[in-house]
Design a protein around this ligand. Structure first.
Ligand code: 13P
Length: 253
């Protein structure tokens, strides 16, 4: 059975104090919900990783990072290594978010290296893919997303790919309030799973969690999460509000 996951991507938001308050509210509101059948992950800014990891302690909520370097160690000022995350017992890292692709020039070749370093450090990568509006309008979105998956992941072994979570995030739905319909999400998730199956076989593809991201909120989460190939969500704006985020977690039931 593949894992059901709801992950918050806080992006570059919150002061340290605000981050601690948000985390304690989420912990209090999720109670026993988190960790039973749904994995709840908060992907927070680098400076808060240590204190929030201590704050969640042994609770079912996990802390993740939003990026890491393709390099292991060395003279790369301002970068963060996957091994640093491992040493801090941070189990998850988002890689290839469209904002990293768009504003920091990350491409498939670089992301393949980042995936490799993360796997070598025993982290679970949440690998993001998704098409911009122009590509959706041109009708070539399935082709592009398949290509993004191939470039960054298809060099992995079957054992390795099982440690990757895929997040489909259509760029036109991110931060726009314009979510993909459940049908659009399901269609693309099925395409991604089929593509993974073509390379790794159906049994492996069945084990890989594919999350939807792009304007997920407490109102649309349930419909999206009932799609057979949607295994959870990667939530941006709505993860910054405790009530809304916890309602999204509860919609996973
Ligand atoms: P929004 O939920 O704010 O649209 O952001 C989605 C996202 O980018 C999650 O990684």
């Amino acid at each position: 059975m593949r894992q059901k996951i709801v992950a918050g991507n806080w992006k570059m938001n919150k002061t340290e104090e605000e981050a601690q308050i948000l985390t304690s509210e989420i912990m209090a509101m999720t109670g026993d919900e988190a960790g039973t059948s749904t994995t709840v992950i908060l992907c927070v800014p680098f400076p808060f990783l240590g204190s929030l990891r201590n704050q969640v302690g042994n609770s079912p909520i996990k802390i993740g990072a939003q990026n890491c370097s393709e390099h292991q160690w060395g003279a790369y000022t301002g970068e963060v290594s996957a091994w640093m995350l491992k040493s801090m017992k941070i189990p998850y890292v988002i890689l290839g978010h469209s904002e990293r692709r768009q504003y920091f020039g990350e491409d498939g070749k670089l992301l393949a290296k980042k995936i490799d370093t993360s796997l070598a450090a025993d982290l679970i990568s949440i690998f993001c893919c998704g098409e911009p509006l122009s590509v959706r309008e041109a009708g070539t979105h399935e082709q592009l997303v398949k290509q993004q998956v191939e470039e960054a992941l298809f060099h992995l072994s079957a054992e390795q790919i099982k440690k990757v979570v895929v997040a489909y995030e259509p760029v036109w739905a991110i931060g726009t309030g314009k979510t993909a319909t459940a049908q659009q999400a399901q269609d693309m998730h099925a395409v991604i799973r089929k593509h993974l199956a073509s390379k790794y076989g159906g049994a492996v593809a069945e084990e890989i969690s594919i999350l939807y991201g792009g304007s997920v909120n407490a109102k649309n989460a349930q419909e999206l999460f009932t799609c057979p190939d949607v295994d959870g969500g990667l939530v941006g704006g709505a993860s910054l509000k405790s009530r809304e985020f916890v309602d999204i977690v509860k919609a996973m039931k």
